[in-house]
Design a protein around this ligand. Sequence first.
Ligand code: GDD
Ligand code: MN
Length: 363
Amino acid sequence: MHKEESISVIVPTYNECENLPELIQRIQKVKDEQNLNLELIIVDDDSKDGSEEYIESLGTPWCRIIVRRGERGLSSAVLKGFSDAKGDILIVMDADLSHPPEKIPEFIEQIQAGADMVIGSRYVAGGKTDEEWGVFRWLNSQIATLLARPLTSVKDPMSGFFALRKEVFEKSAPLNPTGYKIGLELLVKCPVKKVVEIPIYFSQRAKGKSKLSLKEQVKYLVHLRRLYFFKYENLTYLFHFSIIGFSGTLVNLVVLTIFVFLGIPVRLSVAMAIIIAMISNFILNRRFTFPHAVATPWFPQLVGFVSACSLGAVINYIIVILLLYVFPIFEKIPQIPALVGILAGLMFNFILSKNFVFRKKQY
Ligand code: GDD
Ligand code: MN
């Protein structure tokens, strides 16, 4: 190991005072045995449980505590630690001893061997979770990991035990630290090519309680949505647009059924169902598919959207007619050309909506 490189270990804490003595003692042991140039930065969100006093009473220059007052959150705490860190290599871990400090040298070795990011993984050979997880937490963790799959092929992207070089971190795209998954955020937004997972034994939290609440789980979904937009901007737009288009079809059919049931003439009902479905699509697309659009006045957008849809309908129709003309066999199964027409219309609407109706302002 090249000893000249300096290491910063960042530990976010909230009410972890009772875990600090063992954590520090075990990290110190690794530091001494390996003769590492290592600093430990604890970023505490004003726990008021004696953590601050305890670290200050130690008087160890290699270990310090940053207390954030008025701000909370695991991810932003980690970023605060990063910005204060002096080390060439940054390592993040939990305070509750779920993450074995004895693994630190392996993280450093892998980084020095050329890994851009090293992850302490429960899901590679040799890794294990020891915490007594109920079925709910286990399932939850599996689903969360599966949802992140299109963003990264890492087996345990939820891990809170990871390392990367400070210079890699500094090249990251703008970060948006929501919730718990700062490791995932960095995996997606930093220029990491080579990721190495090393197996860890994720042990039962030593003392105190987990802070992973239901609220954090919901935040994870918001976070995921954002990362999908970051990584697959156009595909994510198209995905939302298609789902909303599908919902519009349902709106159309339901409204039509109700109107006919109320005795409104069929032709009028059909027309009104189309208009209502279009408005519903407009509102949902403006709010969810292209959320930046709410900053711009809605009326011109509505006009643009309706025009785009009408043009799309004409294109849909022309394509079906053309297909029927070229392949008369489709007369028997008009559903096929109709489907092609619908898809073409959808793509056309999408492209117009994205690039003209709800376009992002260029400053
Ligand atoms: N500063 C700060 N602010 N620290 C926090 C906050 C916060 O709002 N919330 C939690 N922490 C600290 C805890 O004190 C602990 O040191 C660490 O972050 C992890 O919190 P836990 O409450 O122990 O989380 P967990 O055990 O449920 O989750 C762990 O495992 C998950 C994978 O199953 C974490 O490592 C997660 O990042 C990981 O995804
Ligand atoms: Mn924990």
